[in-house]
Design a protein around this ligand. Structure first.
Ligand code: DAH
Length: 339
């Protein structure tokens, strides 16, 4: 029996020392020390021994059991330590590792121009007005003295939602809405998106942005319009910017004009931006037609006004040196982040 115990001792010690993980260790614990374990069954067989042999064998078994228990507990500690070490290694934070970059966005060039234009006009005492992009044809056309047979009302030019509702083709309908709601003095600008049935190319898009301006009061004259636009052009495009009027026709203004600004790149000598002209076409404007005032409930005998409207894309393209309008709508961040 002594030999059997010694065999168990040698075998178990070698197996426990070589064991690789907690599960294996547990199995060995059960195998040798468990209720049905090998050492326990030796103890059970003690009854068969002579009384002289019993104490010796008993103490040998106890000694081996103690030894195994110690060994197992050492092993257990070793595994816990290893596990902790591995965990620490895994959770180790490398403070020298470069951090992940979160990229900050920026305002779209169109938004930047609109903000700038708003600032300039707010500084001149204007208020900012707003109107619907899905607009009644009566506001987009009729009240603005644009009769049903006017070419601008053609299906080819304007997006119709129904016979009498359109996607506004200009910001001018906001003029009519404001005049109906407010009494003079009126001094507003209205920035916003407009829609036209144009195919996309480098200078056209079915959606673009305009800023409309309207002033109505007693004794408003063409000179007020010119002075206002001159001030705007200098603030927006540079102190040396000059402005010139060319006669034009708009149904809602009389007289009407188109305003050009001296090229702010070459100063008027002629360059790529102004296509050698020295001047860049900026906007449409004029004195509000008496019929328009009347259509909107304002007495043209007492009041007069001026109005203007310009494309935001055109200014953004000129100011930022962008030669293709499509870039402003494609929203490729590689392009946008330059501004
Ligand atoms: N609505 C015109 C356009 O889209 C621009 C314009 C011209 C607006 C003259 C005005 C104006 O208010 O007086 O071409």
């Amino acid at each position: 029996m002594e030999e059997q115990i010694k065999n168990i001792q040698t075998e178990s010690i070698s197996k426990i020392s070589q064991c690789k993980d907690e599960k294996e260790l547990n199995d060995l614990k059960v195998k040798y020390l468990g209720k049905k374990g090998e050492l326990t069954s030796v103890l059970r067989g003690m009854g068969k021994l002579s009384p002289e042999e019993r104490p010796h064998i008993g103490s040998l078994v106890n000694q081996v059991r103690d030894e195994l228990e110690n060994l197992i507990s050492e092993k257990e500690k070793e595994f816990t330590r290893k596990e902790l070490e591995e965990k620490l290694k895994k959770e180790n934070i490398d403070v020298t590792e470069p951090s992940k970059k979160t990229s900050l966005g920026s305002l779209h060039p169109i938004t930047q121009i609109i903000n700038e234009v708003e600032d300039i006009f707010l500084g001149m005492g204007y208020k900012i007005a707003d109107g619907p992009e899905v607009e009644k044809a009566i506001y987009n056309f009729d009240k603005l003295n644009t009769p049903p047979d006017h070419p601008a009302r053609d299906l080819q030019d304007t997006f119709y939602v129904t016979d009498d509702i359109v996607l506004r083709s200009q910001t001018s309908p906001v003029q009519a809405r404001v005049m109906e709601e407010q009494k003079p003095p009126i001094k507003i600008i209205c920035p916003g998106a407009v829609y036209r049935s144009d195919s996309i190319d480098a200078t056209h898009s079915p959606v673009f942005h305009q800023v409309e301006g309207l002033v109505v009061d007693k004794n408003i004259a063409m000179s007020d319009l010119k002075g206002t636009l001159e001030m705007f052009a200098k603030k927006c495009l540079g102190e040396n910017t000059k402005i010139r009027f060319r006669p034009h026709h708009f149904p809602f203004t009389e007289p009407s004009a188109e305003a050009d600004v001296s090229c702010f790149v070459c100063g008027g000598k002629g360059c790529k931006v102004c296509k050698g002209e020295g001047w860049i076409e900026l906007l449409g404007c004029g004195m509000v037609h008496p019929k328009v005032l009347q259509n909107c409930g304002i007495d043209p005998e007492i009041y007069s006004g001026f109005a203007f409207g310009f494309g935001v894309e055109r200014i953004a393209m000129a100011k930022f040196g962008i030669d293709d309008m499509r870039l402003l709508f494609e929203n490729d961040v590689r392009f946008l982040k330059q501004f």
